[in-house]
Design a protein. Sequence first.
Length: 116
Amino acid sequence: MKPLIAIAGVITIIAIGLWLATGVHPYTKFEDVVQEETPIDADDPFAEAGFYDEDETITQVVTRDVFYFGFLPTPQSIMDKHALSVSSVVIPVWLVVGVIAIVRRQASRQIRGSSA
């Protein structure tokens, strides 16, 4: 039983370490949508027509490919890449360890009860 607990502990530490290393985000993400201030392009027809001030910048929405291992999953379906998260990795591991511990305890009680 001790090796199973040790393996579950190592998996937990790795999952939390990956969560910390990728920025401690609450949800798993594979892309990030941000707004950026960019200077106006001189070839922009609106700039040539005088719609912008000389030193004005415009805000653009940009999508960046990033990876954040989140604490909670954000899946759209059962087999979605966003289903990976700290909780979706750690909780099943500890559930398996708990079920194995309960089964072993029940088996040892039955063995003791039949030998008495």
